[in-house]
Design a protein around this ligand. Structure first.
Ligand code: GTP
Ligand code: MG
Length: 471
């Protein structure tokens, strides 16, 4: 895809006016230098005749020749700019009045206000980046932990795109072999070795499926790993949430059933974003509202990646065992981590037999750990944080493969996989190449929609609409 095509020049603030020391106003399009040159007056050479990649000092005058601001203008020339077009970035003082005056002057000089995401859309259309990379721009900007930044940066720098390119290349090879076969079909030749074809398909399908299945991790990285805090009433769940956050987020009291609704807060531990969800204590209740709260607790419990089961060590071992069995019966041991926390160790006598912990909990499940803590005085919490981070080590250490964080990409991968599964079963059933080729083309189209090779305008519109103005 070459660059070209847009005949108008757009302008918008790229930073939020009114906060910080400076605001940057972006201008892009064929007339960018001419438009900016009419507004920013430089001393010697005009801004319009500046060299590429230069920064110029200039003054912006209002209609009555009063000075609006002293600014710096960075000049970029096509194709070496973010959008691939001639561009100017004006750094002015961060007053929202100054920024809106300069924008007004730029529009009088021939620019128009940019729409949301229009700069990045132009960068995409001009071939500066593919669609997955363009979407990563928004992810990098909103990243809130080192893990989410790492994933977004890999995508921005084209890591995910090149992985997809490899997959597409292999599929294209298969497709062209089959299409050749199709051309000669009357002569009854089989160019594509069907055994080799199946092996290749398996390999590609595995790759796509593993990318798709990284989505739940990707989602956790982006929005925080969901950690449910569950247990009996008064076990100290809300106290634990508050201690972890170092903030009085949830109400704590010695009245059983204090927490009714879920209380949610994110926190970064060792570069990983966790989303802690405090829940209503589990017990038989006749109270309508508490019952709703408890059903929410159960939903959170089933959806969490990590379950912190808080037990009150001063309760009887039998009572705790009942609670823990109840929790264990509601989680998926293959998918969810269970951390059994014996709380309130500050007030129990040493060597108290706090729980019998039957086999269900300890031996059959590799994703179970037990910890002794005091949510109140904070003891054991450092160890708990270490375990939380450890439970995520797989995602943070593996940087060879891309992690899918975007639902649109996930959907496309799943559709590509299901088209390929059809191909695989057609090969197994010895169906004719024309049927295979059609499903293969389908799979290719779905993969291509991720990077934007084959993405309808309407979808592009939806993607860029979600960007802010100035991106
Ligand atoms: N000694 C001691 N008391 C604690 C500890 N953790 C919590 N508590 C006390 O236990 C009582 C209940 O604490 P909460 O944090 O409200 O318990 P909860 O599990 O959120 O209770 P519900 O919201 O009612 O389900 C409060 O009086 C806390 O001060 C602890 O580690 N040691
Ligand atoms: Mg509570």
């Amino acid at each position: 895809m070459g660059y070209t095509s847009f005949d108008d020049t757009i302008a918008a603030p790229a930073t939020i006016p009114g906060t910080g020391a400076i605001t940057v106003i972006r201008i892009s399009g064929p007339e960018a230098l001419a438009v900016a040159g009419k507004v920013v007056k430089c001393k010697s050479k005009s801004l319009e005749s500046s060299d590429a990649n230069s920064v110029r000092y200039g003054i912006v005058y209002g209609e009555d020749d009063s000075i609006v601001d002293e600014v710096l203008a960075s000049v970029f020339k096509a194709p070496h700019s973010y959008t691939g077009e001639d561009s100017v970035e004006i750094s002015c003082h961060a007053s929202s009045f100054v920024a809106s005056e300069i924008l007004r002057l730029l529009c009088d000089a021939g620019a128009r206000m940019a729409e949301p995401g229009e700069f990045t859309r132009r960068a995409f259309v001009n071939g500066k980046m593919d669609l997955a990379q363009a979407e990563a721009v928004a992810d990098v900007i909103s990243s809130s932990s080192s893990a989410s930044l790492k994933v977004a940066m890999n995508q921005l720098r084209g890591g995910f795109s090149s992985e997809l390119k490899e997959i597409r290349k292999r599929l294209l090879e298969i497709t062209s072999l089959l299409e050749l076969e199709l051309d000669f079909s009357e002569e009854d030749v089989e160019f594509a070795d069907r055994g080799k074809l199946s092996a290749l398909l398996d390999e590609v399908l595995n790759h796509i499926t593993s990318l798709a299945s990284s989505f739940s991790q990707g989602n956790a990285i982006r929005n925080g790993v969901p950690v449910a805090i569950v247990g009996a009433v008064n076990a100290g769940k809300s106290t634990l949430l508050n201690s972890l956050l170092g903030d009085d987020r949830a109400i704590v009291s010695d009245i059983p059933g204090t927490t009714r609704d879920t209380v949610e807060e994110t926190m970064t531990v060792d570069g990983i974003l966790f989303r802690f969800i405090d829940t209503a204590g589990l017990r038989e209740s006749e109270d309508e509202i508490e019952k709703i709260g408890i059903s929410r607790s159960l939903k959170i419990l089933s959806e969490a990646q990590i379950v912190l089961a808080v037990l009150d060590s001063t309760d009887s071992a039998e009572a705790n065992e009942t609670i823990i069995n109840d929790i264990v019966s509601k989680i998926d041991p293959a998918e969810q981590f269970l951390m059994v926390l014996f709380n309130k160790v500050d007030i129990i006598a040493p060597n108290t037999n706090v729980i019998l912990l039957n086999n269900n909990v300890s031996s059959t499940n590799s994703k179970v750990i037990k910890l002794y803590i005091s949510a109140k005085d904070g003891s054991g919490l450092d160890l708990l944080k270490k375990q939380l981070v450890l439970s995520q080590k797989d995602i943070t250490l593996d940087s060879d493969h891309s992690i899918v964080t975007n639902f649109r990409h996930y959907e496309a991968l799943r559709k590509a996989a299901s088209a390929l599964e059809k191909v695989r079963s057609s090969v197994a059933h010895g169906l004719t190449p024309d049927l295979l080729a059609e499903d293969l083309r389908d799979a290719l189209a779905h993969l291509g929609s991720i990077t934007g090779e084959v993405t309808p305008d309407e979808v592009l519109g939806q993607i860029f609409e979600r960007f802010c103005i100035g991106k």
